[in-house]
Write a protein that binds this ligand. Structure first.
Ligand SMILES: [Zn+2]
Length: 263
């Protein structure tokens, strides 16, 4: 399956499934390819060999092994740049990035802006180019990353920042967690017809073996409870679950994150 980038007919974006539920996103123009978060080198190498392509760069969002495990093998016989968060000190990263940095990828005719989005980890970054967002494990469809090093306050602020991106922004999440997230979203916000419609669509995609991603920011703003801490239905459900009405958006977010951890 190939997904063309919006408004950029020459750029193809393809997910390579890895492990149980990871996607390694590949961006291809002609015979040049850039990969995002290659946790496993094997599906990348077989894709390159099958299509006769050159790997020209690697983008890394955070240090977890299921996002970085392929760096060593993929760069063993290639002299290519590996871009990742400077603060994470990841083995194999050749260009450390911080908020506001730009990654120029002339082979794709694209430049990516770097957004620091801590929370899932303390040093997580996202890559943004026009309508394309690679948020790593910060944002999932109908969900968000767990707190594995960062704080709820950081993750909430990071998600609020991503939420402000244009609705047309395509969200290339790195895990196929959508159905499980939607199940939780039903508990966390019982009244949401748009979410119910997306759930039905995703069930049908998964039963056909198709990814539910990318999503869009417009959809996530409508269906993702972690972006909807001001929704009356979310506040009511959190109040019922915790026995206490959340005093702020952050308190609501923190309660949602803790609830999902045990869901
Ligand atoms: Zn992770």
């Amino acid at each position: 399956m190939t997904i063309d980038a919006p408004g950029d007919a020459g750029l193809e974006i393809l997910p390579l499934p890895a492990f149980n539920d990871n996607y390694i996103w590949t961006l291809r123009r002609g015979d040049k390819v850039v990969v995002v978060d290659p946790g496993d080198p094997a599906p990348v190498e077989s894709y390159l060999a099958r299509e006769g392509l050159d790997l020209t760069a690697i983008l890394i969002t955070h240090h977890h092994a299921d996002h970085t495990g392929g760096i060593g093998a993929l760069t063993a016989r290639r002299d290519i740049p590996v871009y990742g968060p400077a603060a994470a000190d990841i083995a194999g990263v050749t260009a450390g990035l911080a908020d506001g940095d730009s990654v120029d990828l002339p082979e794709l005719d694209r430049a990516f802006e770097v957004l620091e989005v801590p929370g899932h980890t303390a040093t997580h970054i996202a890559f943004l180019s026009g309508d394309l967002l690679f948020p790593g494990d910060t944002l999932f469809s109908a969900g968000c990353g767990r707190l594995l090093g960062g704080t709820a306050e950081q993750l909430h602020a990071s998600l609020e920042r991503l939420k402000d991106l244009p609705g047309s922004t395509r969200v290339y999440c790195t895990h196929e967690y959508t159905l499980a997230n939607l199940k939780f979203a039903q508990a966390a916000e019982p009244d949401n017809a748009e979410r119910d419609a997306w759930f039905a669509h995703c069930r049908s995609l998964r039963s056909d073996g198709q990814p539910t991603l990318p999503s869009t920011m417009e959809r996530e703003r409508a269906i993702n409870p972690f972006l909807r801490t001001g929704s009356a239905s979310v506040i009511k459900a959190v109040t019922r679950h915790t026995g206490r009405r959340p005093a702020s958006d952050l308190a609501c977010f923190t309660a949602l994150r803790a609830w999902k951890d045990e869901f």
